[in-house]
Structures are given as structure tokens and as C-alpha cells.
Design a protein around this ligand. Structure first.
Ligand SMILES: Cc1ncc(COP(=O)(O)O)c(C=O)c1O
Length: 439
């Protein structure tokens, strides 16, 4: 064994410290990860994770699909498969994407181990150290981790309630060009954004695609939540407008179950060939077993009806969360998503959601602080609240507990600070604090 400690590059905790590739530095664990281990205790209401409510999926449907696969195609399901994915499933994925206005051929689809792995493969294909990825600010935390692990620079472009702001995108691109930076792609979650909960309007989809086309910038469209809408359907996918300049990512994680680990990439021809090679190099083939069960499920179960059931469950949870926020924290602002899993809460700017988190966990409620969703420290006074997993009763309780924490923090800061900016955002004098959390 190499004795790195003796050569001075290791340390007591990790003798291999000096041996890692530079890119491993981008794989830093989130500062709040340790707290989440505590937050997963049953008495804590977690508004933190993005776990779908898998108990809303009748297990019989999965058992039936598994039984059929094992009875009829058992040997194939247990064998290695193609690096591009099971052909029958790729055909069915076309039907899923057609619901979002996408027309494609079965050869254009590459099945991956969740869309997370597609993000990894695209990064592997495109990112060299110092390259720039444009993304919304805030953005999906684990995409940011992957981009950083390829030593890319993440340039956040601001959003408003209609999603990414085209004018801001133009400005950022111009600034980066002036600075001699190489932009590799725009990573975007246009529909029911994680974490912001907003949806890019149709007009902006057209405009943003036009900007990227004219600048020769590839669009990486990540769309795990598009079918989980609450009222009207969201606008069609960006990929419905353009074949050559867009890589589209989809997944069965949120509309079926993440345990299968099956997602996909829809890519222009040349990129697709490289994605298949990268997929083979990484995993040989995505799980045949999972793919065949999903294919069977799509064939025999009422999968669209099941998505409707999920939409109903998540809609009720979102409404519960928003009415609890309205009742308990009426002077704060938050987004009102028309689908997906997340609400983005804005606190008064003198509060720091990361500093407040240990106190929240002590009060038995967990959330994800806004800074987790930025590569550059923004988001200090934001919180992502997930309504996907807890029941409506838990959501109400969680918001009540969160309110106690926020108000205690405000009181503390107000009593230690001079008058001035804090008084301007004091809560309403008629406000009645929720009862202390005894349950
Ligand atoms: C925006 C976004 N992209 C990708 C993923 C990863 O999903 P999958 O389970 O398909 O890997 C998630 C999961 O939460 C997500 O929110």
C-alpha cells in the first residue's frame, strides 16, 4: 500500500487525500447532509426531500408486472441488455413524451439509470475544466454537483414567476463572451422547476430557444415533473420546438417510482451515438429487469390513470401547504406551483435559512436551505419546501413548527438589532402565533 501519510499528501482521516483527481473536489458533501440524517427520524416532519409518495402506487400493479415479466421473459430480464435500452420500452417512452408535444423516433431515445445518470453522461461528453454551464438561479442541486465535479463553472441566470428571464440570459451570454468564456450548454428545468416551483411560459420557451440557436448553445432540458400538473397542462416541452439543438431528459421516477432507476435522454443523432457509448462505458447497460417491468406496467396497467391519481395527491398537498403558509406566515412570499413537488419560500433578507436549520430540526421540522441550490452562495434567505412526501396533516404541522422557528429567529434578531430595516418587515400586530409544538 502506498503510504501517502508518510509522503505528506494524506491526513489522519484519509490517507489517500492527496491522490484524488482534481474533479473529486467538486463532490463535496452538502453542509446540511449531516442534519438530514437527524431529520429522517420519524418524529421530524421533513419538508426537505424530493421523494415521491410511492405509497400512492398500488403495489399489486408492480407485483403483477414483475410476475408477468419473470414468467414470460425471465431469462432476458436477468441478462445484460443493450446500451441504448430495451426497444419495447423506448417505443413506449415515445408515447409518454407525446403527452408533452414531443415527436421523435425510437432510435433517438437512450435509456439511462435515472435521469441523474443522463446528466452525468451529458456532462462527461461536454464539459472540460473551466467550461461554463448556464442554468437557472436557483437550480437542481445534484445537477450543480455533477457540473462542478467536471470542474465546470456554473453561471446562474435569474428567474421570475414565468421562469428564466430571456433578457437576463442574453446579458449573461454577452458578459461571458466578453470574458472569453466557453459556454457548453444551458441546463434548464422549464416545467415545475426544482426548487423554484415556477414554469417557463410558452413565449419564453420560444425566445430562449431562439437565443440559444443564434448563439450556438445547446439546450439541456430536464423534465421530471411535466406530467404532474394540478390545473391546466403546462406548455409543450422546448424539445417539441427543436430537434437538433436540444437534449431532453425524462424519467419514470416521479410518475411511477424512483426505485426502478429508469430515465432517458432524447438526443440529436450524433450526440445520441456518443451517449450510448458513454452509457456502455459506465454501466454496460441500464437494468433490463427494471426496464422490462416498466414496459410491462405501461402495457397492462392504467398508467395515465395512475398519473392522475398522483396529480390529485400532490395537488391536495400543495394546497394544504399554501393555505398553512397563508395562515401562519402571511407576510412572507412564496411561489404557487401548478405542478411538481416544490414551493420556494422567501424570508426577510436578514434571516439566514442555513443558520436557522439546526434550530428547525430541534423543533422537529426540516427543509432545504436556499443556498443548496446555487453554486455561488445566493439563496441565503430562501427555503425550498417539498410537499410531495408528507401527508397533509404532517404538512400543516410542519409549517406550524417552521413558523415558530422563523418567528423565534425574528424576535431574537429584532431584540439584538437597532430599529430600522427589521421593523419595516415586522409581522402584523394582530398576528397570533401558532401554539407551541407539543406533537
Ligand atoms: C430536476 C431533476 N432532475 C433530475 C432528477 C433525478 O431524477 P432521477 O430519479 O430520474 O435520477 C431529479 C430528482 O429529484 C430532479 O428533480
Amino acid at each position: 500500500m502506498n503510504d501517502n501519510t508518510r509522503s505528506g499528501t494524506g491526513n489522519n482521516l484519509d490517507p489517500w487525500y492527496g491522490n484524488y483527481a482534481a474533479r473529486a473536489a467538486g463532490l463535496a458533501a452538502s453542509e446540511v447532509r449531516a442534519l438530514f440524517a437527524v431529520a429522517s427520524r420519524p418524529e421530524v416532519v421533513s419538508l426537505a426531500g424530493g421523494m415521491p409518495f410511492v405509497s400512492g402506487l398500488p403495489q399489486d400493479l408492480v407485483i403483477d408486472a414483475m410476475n408477468r415479466v419473470m414468467s414470460n421473459q425471465g431469462a432476458a430480464a436477468l441478462q445484460y441488455g443493450s446500451g441504448q435500452g430495451v426497444p419495447a420500452l423506448r417505443e413506449q417512452i415515445l408515447d409518454v413524451m407525446a403527452l408533452e408535444g414531443i415527436k421523435a423516433g425510437v432510435d433517438d431515445v437512450v435509456v439511462t439509470t435515472g435521469s441523474q445518470h443522463a446528466l452525468e453522461l451529458v456532462s462527461k461528453l461536454f464539459l472540460d475544466p473551466g467550461d461554463v454551464v448556464l442554468s437557472e438561479g436557483p437550480s437542481y442541486v445534484t445537477a450543480v454537483v455533477i457540473f462542478k465535479s467536471y470542474q465546470a463553472e456554473i453561471e446562474h441566470v435569474p428567474m421570475d414567476e414565468h421562469g428564466l428571464i430571456p433578457e437576463a440570459l442574453r446579458e449573461h451570454i454577452n458578459g461571458l463572451k466578453r470574458a472569453g468564456k466557453r459556454i457548453k450548454f444551458l441546463y434548464t428545468i422549464p416545467t415545475f422547476h426544482n426548487p423554484a416551483g415556477v414554469t417557463l411560459s410558452w413565449e419564453r420557451r420560444v425566445e430562449i430557444l431562439e437565443i440559444c440557436r443564434s448563439e450556438g448553445i445547446l439546450v439541456l432540458e430536464d423534465n421530471p415533473y411535466g406530467l404532474l400538473y394540478f390545473e391546466e397542462k403546462p406548455p409543450a416541452a422546448i424539445r417539441s420546438l427543436e430537434t437538433d439543438g436540444v437534449i431532453y431528459l425524462g424519467t419514470f421516477s416521479k410518475t411511477l417510482a424512483p426505485g426502478f432507476r429508469v430515465g432517458w435522454a432524447l438526443a440529436p443523432h450524433a450526440i445520441r451515438e456518443k451517449l450510448i457509448l458513454a452509457n456502455e462505458a459506465a454501466v454496460l447497460s441500464p437494468s433490463s429487469f427494471s426496464q422490462m417491468i416498466i414496459s410491462q406496467y405501461l402495457d397492462t396497467a392504467d398508467w395515465k390513470g395512475q398519473i392522475d391519481t398522483f396529480r390529485g395527491i400532490y395537488k391536495e398537498r400543495k394546497e394544504t401547504m399554501l393555505s398553512a403558509l397563508t395562515e401562519y406566515l402571511p407576510d412572507l412570499t412564496w411561489t404557487n406551483p401548478n405542478g411538481g413537488f416544490y414551493v420556494w419560500l422567501t424570508l426577510p433578507d436578514y434571516l439566514d435559512s442555513k443558520q436557522m436549520l439546526p434550530r428547525a430540526v430541534t423543533e422537529l421540522v426540516a427543509y432545504t436551505p436556499g443556498t443548496a441550490f446555487f453554486a455561488d452562495g445566493q439563496g441565503r434567505n430562501n427555503i425550498r419546501l417539498s410537499f410531495c412526501y408528507p401527508t397533509p396533516e404532517q404538512i400543516k404541522l410542519g409549517i406550524r413548527r417552521l413558523t415558530s422557528v422563523i418567528n423565534a429567529e425574528r424576535d431574537l434578531l429584532e431584540s439584538f438589532s437597532a430599529t430600522g430595516p427589521l421593523t419595516a418587515i415586522r409581522r402584523d400586530d394582530n398576528y397570533t402565533a401558532p401554539p407551541p409544538n407539543t406533537n
